[in-house]
Design a binder for this molecule. Structure first.
Ligand code: 8DG
Ligand code: MG
Ligand code: MG
Length: 149
């Protein structure tokens, strides 16, 4: 019930990579409203990270993904809202199954729409969602690096 003590939840979010761009959408949510964020959502009971990534991206954009890989995990406590939230956020990367397919805004109540943005300071929209902003600030690069020669 509503009086239960708050607990941390697990979220899985996806850097969907196309060329040198990543997919971002402007949130419509009591939490992080109007900020640009990755597709993703809550891990369901029994799901793998890869399954959750594929399901959330398809639910939110209509796109199927491939090459899904784990990148990193961050701990995010949100104290600003009416009720505090705590997410352990699992960041994955993936590519669209069909590079020519464009994302559709499948959940217009939760997102203003999707766009591809270059992963560099000048290319990214503002404001970014807090957890993503912190990753950018830390210099995180979601793109695969070339193998060393
Ligand atoms: P669901 O019902 O589909 O499972 O949930 P959702 O409505 O899609 O949840 P969400 O807010 O999109 O994602 C769950 C949480 O994940 C979010 O409240 C906080 C955390 N989160 C981050 N970074 C990001 C991000 O870049 N994008 C998204 N979508 N969520 C993120 O820590
Ligand atoms: Mg979702
Ligand atoms: Mg979501």
């Amino acid at each position: 019930g509503g009086r239960d003590p708050p607990v941390p939840r697990v979220a899985v979010v996806v850097f969907l990579l196309k060329g040198n761009t990543v997919l971002l959408g402007r949130r419509r949510n009591s939490h992080g409203d109007s900020t640009y964020a990755l597709p993703g959502g809550h891990l369901e009971f029994g799901e793998s990270f890869e399954e959750c990534a594929g399901r959330e991206v398809e639910e939110e954009t209509g796109m199927k993904i491939e090459g899904t890989e784990l990148l990193t995990v961050t701990n995010n406590v949100f104290r600003d809202g009416e009720k505090p939230l705590h997410y352990v956020t699992v960041f994955m990367r993936a590519r669209p199954e069909d590079e020519g397919e464009e994302p559709r805004n499948m959940e217009p109540g939760k997102c203003d729409g999707w766009g591809w943005y270059e992963w560099k300071e000048e290319g990214l929209p503002t404001p970014l969602f807090g957890p993503l902003e912190r990753m950018v600030a830390s210099g995180f690069n979601p793109f695969p690096t070339q193998p060393q020669q």
